[in-house]
Design a protein around this ligand. Structure first.
Ligand code: G6P
Length: 608
């Protein structure tokens, strides 16, 4: 996720100021680098957040129109050179882009052969050169932009400006949001409405496959294939803050609701379903070494640690590699037995968690191959590991991790296919997992239809002071993650427990005031979990069961049931965690707590 903002006006407002102000509203969307361009004053780019850019932009940065960008890095390190806006060879065409151009490598090769010179590693720069190439033939900015858009594959929300026609800006949307702002003698393009709202409340939301052309006085929307779209502007009454949250009350809810998109983004370009293979570019350099390793130690903290536990089950069952999972804080002070056939794999959203980082450093000192599953491009863990897989989940603002967990599980499933197919995993099995991964976004979307029911349930149980979460096999780590979500944002006692372990202690706590959330999908251990539910009911404990659609049996015994669609056993956690995230969210929101910033906790823990 990046933030883009573009402006064209009659000159009554200074475009430089309008753009910088707008970027501040978009700041939550990316803080790796920032950049601005106006045809009159040129471009300024810098690593870091908007504040850095503000320091570098001189007072006299004039212009009537321009484009600006905040980057959340995906392709290429977060350096000045990779910062947007990107331009063509002549510095005449300028682009800001949110998304990923999947076929940028092929296009780049073609363009290099045609004589184009590239300065960055960014996929976006390719697009600027592609428009330039088409301009040579068509001599028409709009036609060239459309021809270039037809050649790219991937996702984009972008704004394009041509120095030769400075008043005109082109916007395009495919998978990444674009909002047009319709003002008096001025128009805007942005990733969300927040930077537009101080100027106008009239907006037009673009849909996938649409492009828009704006000038100070006009805006025109087309479909990429050419037909005209007539859509009257809507008036929005959101505050700028609500607009940042996509109209949701909190970032946490917005991030949970991004689940389906996050799965798509983590998978994008990485599956070859017909061959049952995973293509992980970040591991290409170590493919041979990976074929020889005989053990994996996953190190992580918090939510990422629970993702690691799911990964252990996936990798052992389907790739046949022995796996251990350790908390970073434990691993770094032990004397772990490691050799050059060991992988130490860090899982970290921020890529900065000190205990995880130190665990990686310890692994390296002891000769292991170090890998990372990291969301933040260019973070310390990403830089210090030998190779890795980026999540591409976009920035996560809510302190309680939600979409990053979903993405970590998807990345672990990809790694399981990758390593499994190097070993004993059959083509049939590889294909089966790949096919089911592709089906997940639609299934996640189906869970969101139950949002209202989950909200009601959170209200029904709002008086409880304690919760037990139970699960077995793949649902065991999810039970711990469900409990962690609840305690970290609603400050009540919640504990996770293996459904089989309950009888060794936790069952003693159960009475009619102590509810249990039981993860009971229809998998290989369903009957065992069902009997754990019976044991709880025998002690009059209330039970909320999470079951697979179509299971009527569990309704007879549990007090309440939430359903998830059916999937492969190893992928069930990707679905089952979502109702638990929503339950925790509504539970805490009902209490009136600041769910995005729970007391005493931090998003990135860079201290011991
Ligand atoms: C903090 C956050 C958690 C996160 C954990 C690990 O405790 O509040 O949400 O799971 O750190 O962070 P990482 O960035 O390494 O995934």
């Amino acid at each position: 996720m990046c933030g883009i903002f573009a402006y064209t006006g009659k000159g009554t407002k200074d475009a430089g100021k309008v753009l910088l102000h707008g970027l501040t509203a978009l700041e939550y969307r990316g803080y790796d680098s920032a950049g601005i361009y106006t045809p009159e004053s040129g471009s300024i780019k810098t690593p870091g957040a908007v504040a850095e850019l503000k320091k570098k932009v001189p007072k006299k940065f004039n212009g009537k129109s321009g484009i600006a960008h905040l980057r959340w890095a995906t392709h290429g390190e977060p350096t000045k050179i990779n910062a947007h806006p990107h331009s063509d060879c002549q510095g005449e065409l300028w682009i800001v882009h949110n998304g990923i151009i999947e076929n940028f490598k092929e296009l780049k090769e073609k363009l290099v052969k045609a004589g184009h010179t590239f300065v960055s590693e960014s996929d976006t720069e390719v697009f600027a050169h592609l428009v330039e190439e088409h301009m040579k033939k068509t001599k028409d900015f709009e036609k060239a932009a459309i021809a270039a858009l037809k050649e790219i594959r991937g996702t984009y929300g972008m704004a394009i400006q041509y120095k030769g026609e400075p008043e005109k800006l082109i916007a395009a949307r495919m998978g990444s949001p674009i909002v047009l702002g319709v003002g008096k003698h001025e128009h805007f393009i942005a990733s969300d409405a927040s930077p537009i709202l101080p100027h106008t409340k009239k907006v037009v939301f673009l849909e996938d496959g649409e492009i828009a052309v704006i000038t100070p006085e006009t805006h025109t929307v087309y479909k990429l294939e050419g037909s005209r779209v007539t859509r009257a502007p809507e008036e929005i009454e959101w505050s700028a803050e609500e607009a940042q949250k996509g109209g949701h009350e909190h970032f946490m809810l917005k991030e949970i609701m991004e689940g389906a998109e996050v799965i798509e983004n983590t998978l994008r370009g990485r599956l070859i379903p017909e061959k049952g293979l995973a293509k992980l570019g970040g591991l290409e350099g170590v493919t041979k070494k990976l074929a020889k390793i005989d053990r994996i130690i996953i190190v992580a903290c918090g939510t990422a640690y629970y993702a690691g536990l799911v990964g252990e089950y996936m990798l052992e069952e389907h790739a046949g590699i022995p796996v251990e999972v350790e908390l970073g804080s434990e691993f770094r002070y032990r004397k772990p037995v490691i050799n050059e056939k060991t992988i130490v794999l860090a899982i970290s959203q921020s890529g900065e968690t000190l205990d995880t980082l130190e665990a990686i450093r310890e692994g390296k000192r002891r000769g292991a191959l170090t890998l990372g599953i990291v969301n933040t491009v260019g973070s310390t863990i990403a830089r210090e590991t030998d190779a890795g897989v980026y999540n591409h989940a976009g920035p996560e603002i809510g302190v309680a991790s939600t979409k990053a967990f979903v993405s970590q599980l998807v990345a672990l499933a990809l790694l399981t296919i990758f390593l499994g197919r190097q070993r004993g995993m059959s083509l049939v099995e590889g294909k089966k997992i790949a096919k089911e991964l592709k089906a997940l976004p639609a299934k996640v979307q189906k869970i969101f239809e139950e949002k209202g029911a989950i909200e009601k349930l959170a209200r029904k149980y709002s008086g409880a002071r304690d919760f037990l979460f139970i699960g077995r096999k793949y649902s065991y780590p999810v039970a711990f993650e469900g409990a962690l979500k609840l305690k970290e944002i609603s400050y009540i006692h919640a504990e996770g427990c293996g459904a089989g372990e309950m009888k060794h202690g936790p069952l003693a706590m159960i009475d009619e005031k102590f509810p249990t959330v039981a993860l009971a999908p229809s998998d290989s251990v369903y009957e065992k979990v069902f009997s754990a539910i019976q044991q709880i009911k025998a002690r009059r404990g209330p039970v909320i069961a999470l079951a697979t659609e179509g299971n009527r049996e569990v309704e007879k015994i549990a007090d309440d049931v939430l359903y998830i669609p059916e999937t492969l056993e190893m992928l069930t956690p990707i679905l089952s965690v979502i109702p638990l995230q929503l339950f925790a969210y509504y539970f805490a929101r009902n209490k009136g707590y600041n769910v995005d910033r729970p007391r005493n906790l931090a998003k990135s823990v860079t201290v011991e």
